[in-house]
Write a protein that binds this ligand. Structure first.
Ligand code: AMP
Ligand code: ZN
Length: 652
C-alpha cells in the first residue's frame, strides 16, 4: 500500500511534467517501468487508489487556454511490448468477437494528440486531448501548421484526430542554432502547440499527421481503410505505412520491419498502432475507462533513458583535437550497459547546459555511441563543466578554433602520435596487421617512433626488446610492414590522416586525381567542385599539402620504399556509378556481385547516401532499401542486375 501511494504520487508528478508542462524529467522507459509496477500492484491487491493514474488519461488544461469539450471522448491506448502481450490482446479480442478480425497497422507517431473540428467544410476549432473529456482550445496555434487544411470538401460536422509532430530534420536544424535546445521532437511539438503565442507555433514548422476520425454527424465509414481514404481525399497528410494484418505471425513480421526501418524515418515513432478495421466490431467491443478495447499500441525498445553525468574526460584525438567524453552512471539501454556518451564540443555543453552530477537524457540509435540530448534535471550538487586550458595529455596550452579545442604541441603529444600511428596501420590505410594501438604505444614509448616512415627502418633486434615480442611475432610484424609498402592511392591518401578526410573521400580523391602529384596541386576551387565536398574539407586538403612538414614526411615515406599503385579506371556497364548492394542475392554471394560491379567500372559502397547512383536489392532488403526509396535512388532487383550483365557475364 505504501509503495502504491508512493507510485501514484510520483507518476502524477511525472504526468504533470509530461502532459502539462511539456518538460519531462524522466524518460518514457523509466516512466513505463513505474506505471507497470503500479498496474501490477493494483491487480494483485484489487485496490485502486482514487487518484490513480492508471484509470484516467493525463493532462489538465493549462492556464491561459480556453477549455474545449470533446464531442466524443479521446482515449489513451493499451500497450504491448512483446509477442506474448500481443497474443494476449488478440486472444481477448477473439473471445469477445468470436473470430480473429482484420487489424490495420500504422506507425505510432510520437508527438501531441490534436483534434480538429470542421463545420461546413471549415476548420472551426482545434484542441489538445487534455484528460480526454476536456482539452485546451488551440485553434490559432494549429492554424499556423501548414499541413492542417483550413477547408475540406466534406460539409458535415466532423472531428479529425491526428498527431502534431516536429520532423527530425526540422528539429535538428532548429537545435543547431537554438539558444535553448529542445529536448526532443515530441517536446518541440508539444511546447510549440501549447504555447499562448501562435507565432512560436509557426516558427517551429510542425506537421499534422491525420490518423482517425472522431465524431462525425452521419454514419460515413465502415472500416479504417475508408477513413484513411477519406482523410487523403480531404487534403490531410496521411502516413504511407498502413497495412492489414490478420494473425500474430503476420503482425510480428510487419512490426519487425517497422522497427528496422525506424531510423530512416524523418519523424519519431515510439511503436505501432493496431486497430480493428471493422467499425461495427469496434462498437461491440467498446472502451475501458482509459483505452479502447479494439486497439493496441505495440511499443518498441526505447532509444532514450536518463542517467547522471559523473564527470568529463577530455581525450586527444589523432588530429590533436581535444574531445569531451561524458562519464555516466552506468545504465541499461537497448540491451547494453552505457557508461559513456559523446558530448561533441564545449559550446554544445554550454548550449545544452550540461553539468556534472546533473541528470541527462541519453539517446542511442543503432550501434553508435550514445549522445546526451538534454538535461533532465539539475540538483544542488550540479557543477559547471570547465573548459581545459591545457592539453590533458601533454600539458601544452590549448588552442580554440571555432567550437573546438586543440593541443598546440601535437608533435610531442603522446595520444596524438599514438593514435595517428594506429590509424596509419589500419586495414583501410596501410594495412599493417599486428600493429595495434598497444603496439603503437610501445613503439612510441620504448623506441621513440613518432612518424610512420620510421616504421620502415625497424629491425628485428629492436622489436625483440619490446615486452611480449618473441621471434615469431616480431618477424610477422616486420613482414607485414614490408608488405604495406605497396599501397593503392586511395589508401595512401586516407593514411595521411588529413583532418575531415575519411575513407570514402580519400577514395573519391584518388579516383578524381589519379596521382598523388595531381592531388597535391589541386586548389580549393577544384576540390569544391567535387560531390559532397565542403569548404572545410577543401581547406584541410590544401592546407595539408601546403605544410612543408607534411611534404617532408611524405617524401620520407617514399624514400623508405612506399610505392603507390594507381588503380586503372575500368570501363564497363557500371562506369562512373556508385552502387550499394543490400538484401540477399540468390545467384551470387554479395562479395562476388561486388567484384563483378567493380570489374565493370563501378564502385561499391556500404551505405546509401545521396552520392549513390544505384541500389541492387535482393531478398529481405532492409533499411538501406528504405533509405534508397526515400532518396529516390534507382533500385534494381536481382533479375534486372543479371539482365544488365547480359551475355558478358559468365556464371562463376
Ligand atoms: P498514449 O498517449 O501513449 O496512451 O497513446 C495514445 C496516443 O497515441 C493517441 O492519443 C495518439 O495521439 C497517439 N497516436 C500516434 N499515432 C497514432 C496512430 N497511428 N493511431 C492512433 N493513435 C496514435
Ligand atoms: Zn597535447
Amino acid at each position: 500500500m505504501d509503495r502504491m501511494k508512493e507510485l501514484v504520487k510520483l507518476i502524477n508528478k511525472y504526468d504533470k511534467e509530461y502532459y502539462e508542462l511539456d518538460n519531462p524529467s524522466i524518460s518514457d522507459m523509466e516512466y513505463d517501468a513505474l506505471y507497470y509496477e503500479l498496474v501490477a500492484l493494483e491487480q494483485m491487491s484489487g485496490i485502486v487508489l482514487p487518484n490513480s493514474p492508471t484509470h484516467r488519461v493525463g493532462g489538465a488544461v493549462q492556464k491561459g487556454f480556453n477549455k474545449h469539450k470533446h464531442k466524443l471522448r479521446l482515449y489513451s491506448l493499451d500497450k504491448a511490448q512483446n509477442r506474448t502481450q500481443l497474443e494476449n490482446f488478440f486472444q481477448r479480442v477473439i473471445k469477445a468477437v468470436g473470430y480473429m478480425p482484420k487489424f490495420t497497422l500504422e506507425h505510432k507517431f510520437d508527438g501531441l494528440t490534436v483534434s480538429l473540428t470542421y463545420k461546413n467544410g471549415e476548420l472551426v476549432s482545434a484542441a489538445t486531448r487534455g484528460d480526454g473529456i476536456t482539452g485546451e482550445e488551440i485553434t490559432a496555434q494549429v492554424k499556423t501548421i501548414r499541413s492542417v487544411p483550413l477547408t475540406i470538401h466534406y460539409k458535415g460536422e466532423i472531428e479529425i484526430l491526428g498527431e502534431g509532430i516536429m520532423r527530425l530534420s526540422v528539429f535538428e536544424k532548429y537545435n543547431e542554432t537554438a539558444k535553448t535546445p529542445l529536448k526532443n521532437p515530441r517536446n518541440g511539438a508539444a511546447g510549440a502547440i501549447r504555447n499562448l503565442n501562435p507565432k512560436i507555433t509557426a516558427s517551429r514548422k510542425l506537421d499534422f499527421l491525420a490518423y482517425n476520425v472522431g465524431y462525425v454527424e452521419e454514419n460515413l465509414f465502415k472500416t479504417q481503410c475508408e477513413v484513411n481514404q477519406f482523410l487523403r481525399e480531404n487534403g490531410f497528410l496521411v502516413d504511407d505505412k498502413f497495412v492489414i494484418v490478420s494473425d500474430v505471425d503476420n503482425a510480428m513480421v510487419e512490426l519487425n520491419k517497422i522497427e528496422e526501418h525506424r531510423e530512416t524515418l524523418d519523424f519519431m515513432i515510439d511503436g505501432a498502432v493496431l486497430k480493428i478495421d471493422d467499425m461495427s466490431l469496434r462498437e461491440k467491443l467498446g472502451y475501458t475507462d482509459k483505452f479502447p478495447r479494439w486497439a493496441l499500441a505495440y511499443k518498441f525498445t526505447a532509444q532514450e533513458t536518463t542517467t547522471i553525468v559523473k564527470g568529463v574526460k577530455w581525450q586527444v584525438s589523432r588530429t590533436s583535437k581535444i574531445n569531451p567524453l561524458a562519464v555516466l552512471e552506468p545504465v541499461e539501454l537497448m540491451g547494453v550497459t552505457v557508461k559513456q556518451a559523446t558530448l561533441n564540443n564545449y559550446s554544445d555543453i554550454q548550449r545544452k547546459d550540461i553539468k556534472i552530477n546533473s541528470r541527462v537524457f541519453i539517446r542511442r540509435s543503432n550501434d553508435v555511441i550514445p549522445e546526451i540530448t538534454a538535461v533532465a534535471s539539475h540538483n544542488e550538487d550540479s557543477m559547471e563543466i570547465l573548459k581545459p586550458t591545457n592539453c590533458p595529455a601533454c600539458g601544452s596550452v590549448v588552442r580554440e578554433e571555432g567550437a573546438f579545442l586543440y593541443c598546440t604541441n601535437p608533435d610531442f603529444c603522446a595520444p596524438t602520435i599514438i593514435s595517428y600511428l594506429d590509424h596509419f596501420a589500419q586495414k583501410s590505410c596501410m594495412d599493417i596487421e599486428g600493429l595495434s594501438e598497444k603496439t603503437a604505444e610501445q613503439l612510441y614509448n620504448e623506441m621513440h617512433i613518432k612518424y610512420p616512415y620510421q616504421l620502415y627502418y625497424l629491425t628485428m633486434e629492436q622489436l625483440l626488446t619490446l615486452e611480449g615480442f618473441k621471434e615469431k611475432k616480431a618477424s610477422n610484424l616486420l613482414s607485414n610492414i614490408e608488405k604495406s609498402k605497396n599501397v593503392t592511392l586511395d589508401r595512401f591518401i586516407f593514411s595521411l590522416g588529413i583532418p575531415s578526410i575519411g575513407r570514402k573521400t580519400a577514395r573519391q580523391l584518388a579516383d578524381t586525381f589519379q596521382s598523388l602529384e595531381k592531388l597535391m596541386e589541386a586548389n580549393t576551387q577544384t576540390l569544391l567542385a567535387l560531390d559532397d565536398f565542403g569548404q572545410i574539407m577543401a581547406d584541410n586538403v590544401v592546407g595539408f599539402f601546403a605544410d612543408d612538414k607534411n611534404i617532408d614526411l611524405i617524401n620520407k615515406l617514399l624514400e623508405a620504399g612506399v610505392t603507390i599503385k594507381v588503380e586503372e579506371k575500368k570501363e564497363g556497364i557500371f562506369s562512373g556509378k556508385v552502387v550499394v548492394l543490400t538484401g540477399s542475392l540468390s545467384t551470387f554471394k554479395r562479395s562476388q556481385a561486388a567484384k563483378i560491379i567493380e570489374e565493370q567500372g563501378g564502385k561499391v559502397n556500404d551505405t546509401v547516401s545521396k552520392s549513390v547512383n544505384l541500389v541492387i536489392a535482393g531478398k529481405d532488403a532492409g533499411s538501406k532499401l528504405a533509405k534508397a526509396q526515400k532518396l529516390e535512388i534507382e533500385i534494381w532487383d536481382e533479375g534486372q542486375f543479371i539482365n544488365a550483365l547480359g551475355s558478358d557475364f559468365i556464371m562463376v
